[in-house]
Design a protein. Structure first.
Length: 209
């Protein structure tokens, strides 16, 4: 059962007891509702970081600006890795819904590899910029840049750890309902990170001037 199904599932029994007196909601609905709240809170946080970057992007304190620091080809490859991982994560989700364990392992491994490649490109960029004296303390612009992009990178790192943990649970517990719910939550989380990165790529890198 997907999270969407869990949210839209109706009770077909003939119990006429008022909803307020029927006791706790099913686990599927509680998990789905709680996880959507988590994603919304993350979106609010990233919105604040985007707003801070928009205000501070021109405050270079006489130091280098984006065009002098960003390697757009490197960022394009980095973006391709993350967007491709979104596609493979979709195939991973289809394997979960089909209870196809080999397929789930395969697409989880590809998704992990692409996510790790994305992080490697990002760390390479950070290392190069810091070596050039363009660290987060150099200017308000760089502080906002490292905070926004670094926060997204931390989320990707968390997602990769989550994926490894969930595949270990698949290996030990199989496709139990609890495990499937967590896997589908991971899928939503990963797609949300891709959406945020599109914003980062557009505003930070393509919008650099």
């Amino acid at each position: 059962m997907s999270l969407v199904d869990a949210l839209t599932e109706t009770d077909h029994d003939t119990d006429k007891t008022p909803i307020s007196e029927r006791g706790p909601a099913p686990v599927e609905i509680v998990v789905a509702f709680g996880f959507w709240l988590f994603l919304l809170s993350d979106i609010v946080m990233f919105s604040a970081l985007f707003a801070a970057y928009a205000v501070l992007s021109g405050q270079t304190a006489g130091g280098p600006a984006g065009p002098q620091l960003f390697d757009r080809m490197n960022v394009l490859i980095e973006t391709g890795c993350l967007l491709a991982s979104s596609f493979t994560c979709g195939l991973f989700t289809l394997s979960i819904e089909a209870r196809n364990k080999p397929g789930a392992y395969l697409w989880a491994a590809v998704t992990f590899a692409l996510g790790a490649a994305f992080l490697a490109f990002e760390l390479t960029e950070f290392t190069r910029m810091i070596a050039q004296g363009a660290g987060p303390t150099r200017s308000a612009f760089l502080s906002a840049f490292f905070t926004l992009v670094g926060t997204h990178g931390l989320h990707v790192t968390f997602g990769l750890g989550w994926l490894l943990t969930m595949m270990a649970q698949v290996a030990t517990l199989g496709f139990q309902p609890m495990v499937v719910r967590r896997l589908l939550c991971f899928s939503l989380f990963w797609h949300a990170l891709d959406i945020v990165w599109i914003g980062v790529f557009t505003i930070v890198y393509l919008g650099a001037h």
